[in-house]
Design a protein around this ligand. Structure first.
Ligand code: AMP
Length: 484
């Protein structure tokens, strides 16, 4: 087995590219896959991102490029545009001293601009299946002479419904091309695809998960939903991260969180699927250049992101499935660096967290959050707001009770006020009736209060303050008694 890149017999220009990137030795997937690919075999590589799989297929492709050939020599299909851009970038870096031309085709960018680029000789094309097919149908791209076809993250492509597009692309490539398939998992759909289009491929399986996760310290804090943003800002102040990716589950939550962090003076930007391709690329460039520190993203936008210097990944919202958790966590601890993955969860999500720990064979410990200045201030403010809310509610109830009382006593008062000639004892009788009415009213009110208090006692056990608050207005109502 190869222990150093030198044993593969790569061209010197390619070795220079590897050195520029400071890759010291091949990763396990590279060690196993590169010799087989160089022999010209079709290969299935089962490996997660973060294992070095891109270079595992890219190095032999670059090494085998034929100089002077004017045709596209390799086609790489990927599930997302981010991954496509990223692979193209890695090709450019590795092939820097070879004068290689790589083109990333993906949805969302101006097709004409991409086509004009095709006038130069392009040796390698990377793209999502839909966009590649688009070019194929227009006749703007010809894959009739490619030597290698790579299906990267094949399971994701199947998951995203690309099967038909992928098949169509494959059948338009020459029969004798080499097919390399990389996939984190091997569902039946991927096996069928491999069976149909690959020639007895060896299957290399790398248990990359544990390796990646080992370098990543994982823990979580249990926090209330209303405390989450303040808790997050405190965590960020305590952790002092370098670059951080923060995941939220929806576009709206990403936008809201970004706005809140910006209000707190943090350099945060939002990345989500609906942004234009240009904007997304621009944001990623700025993030890589450390022009801002916090990238707030949804899963779909962050798929395949590989940014050096991401020291922290934070799950502001917890994902629902293990795959997403692994994917998110894998955005840190890249290329041998250490990283931290921190999740903010509700008490109910502890079970889900335990599932993630089991699936990743990692220890994800619960830590108690020391409230910092933001959480303290936030909690105080929310308590004040709550108190003001209930005070207003009590006032409103007292007012309504007073109005009700007025309504009930109005006829008697009217009668008392009227300067009608009545028998001498009649006014006294009316006053007595009024007193009786008031006594009866008080009795009813106390009974209602007692019932409300009993109910509040029950609900207080389940933590609801609202009913307990309801008991009080009555006592205020007392003070109004006989105000006229
Ligand atoms: P990938 O699995 O292709 O997403 O690669 C994960 C990361 O590992 C990328 O940042 C690569 O640049 C980096 N990488 C690939 N091969 C090596 C290597 N042999 N040594 C160190 N880092 C590597």
């Amino acid at each position: 087995m190869a222990k150093s890149f030198a044993t593969f017999g790569f061209r010197p220009e390619l070795m220079q590219g590897i050195q520029d990137l400071y890759y010291k030795e091949p990763t396990p997937i590279q060690e196993e896959a590169i010799p087989l690919i160089m022999e010209g075999k079709d290969v299935i590589g089962q490996a997660q991102t973060g294992t070095g799989k891109t270079a595992a297929f890219m190095l032999p492709i670059l090494n085998g490029l034929q100089e002077g050939k004017r045709d596209i020599q390799a086609l790489i299909l990927t599930p997302t545009r981010e991954l496509s851009v990223q692979i193209a970038r890695e090709v450019e870096k590795l092939g820097k001293h070879m004068g290689v031309n790589v083109l990333s085709l993906h949805g969302g960018t101006d097709i004409e601009r991409q086509l004009s680029k095709l006038k130069d000789t392009v040796q390698i094309v990377v793209g999502t299946p839909g966009r590649v097919l688009d070019h194929m149908k227009r006749g703007s791209l010809h894959f009739g002479r490619i030597s290698t076809l790579v299906l990267d993250e094949a399971d994701k492509m199947m998951e995203m419904g690309f099967l038909e597009d992928v098949e169509q692309v494959i059948v338009h490539t020459p029969n004798q091309r080499q097919v390399l398939l990389f996939s984190a998992t091997m569902p039946d759909s991927v096996k069928r695809l491999a069976h149909r289009f690959m020639k007895q491929p060896p299957h290399i399986k790398i248990e990359g998960k544990q390796k990646t996760v080992e370098r990543i310290e994982q823990f979580y804090y249990v926090v209330n939903q209303s405390d989450k943003t303040d808790a997050l800002v405190d965590v960020l102040e305590q952790e002092q991260p370098y670059l951080t990716i923060i995941f939220a589950n929806t576009q709206v939550r990403v936008q809201q969180l970004t706005a809140r962090l910006q209000e707190n003076g943090l350099q945060a930007q939002a990345l989500y699927g609906d942004l234009s391709q240009r904007k997304r690329e621009q944001l990623m460039k700025q993030f890589r250049e450390i022009r801002f520190q916090y990238l707030i993203a949804t899963d779909i936008a962050a798929r395949g992101l590989d940014v050096e210097g991401v020291t922290h990944v934070i799950n502001y919202d917890l994902p629902n499935d293990v795959e997403s958790y692994i994917h998110r966590v894998g955005r840190t601890g890249r290329a041998g660096e250490r990283g931290k993955a921190i999740s903010l969860i509700s008490p109910r999500q502890k079970n889900l967290m335990a599932r993630f720990a089991k699936a990743t064979k990692a220890t994800i410990e619960e830590r108690i959050l020391e409230p910092g200045r933001h959480l303290d201030a936030g909690r105080r403010q929310r308590a004040e707001e709550r108190e003001a809310h209930y005070a207003a509610l009590r006032q409103q109830q007292a007012k309504e009770e007073q109005q009700q009382k007025e309504k009930e006593f109005a006829p008697v008062r009217e009668a008392l006020k009227k300067k009608v000639k009545v028998k001498p004892g009649y006014k006294k009788k009316l006053a007595r009736e009024l007193a009786e009415l008031q006594t009866q009213y008080e009795k009813n009110r106390k009974r209602a209060e007692a019932i409300a208090a009993r109910k509040a006692g029950k609900s207080a056990k389940s933590g609801g303050p609202s009913k307990a608050g309801k008991g009080k207005p009555g006592s205020r109502g007392n003070g109004n008694r006989g105000s006229r």
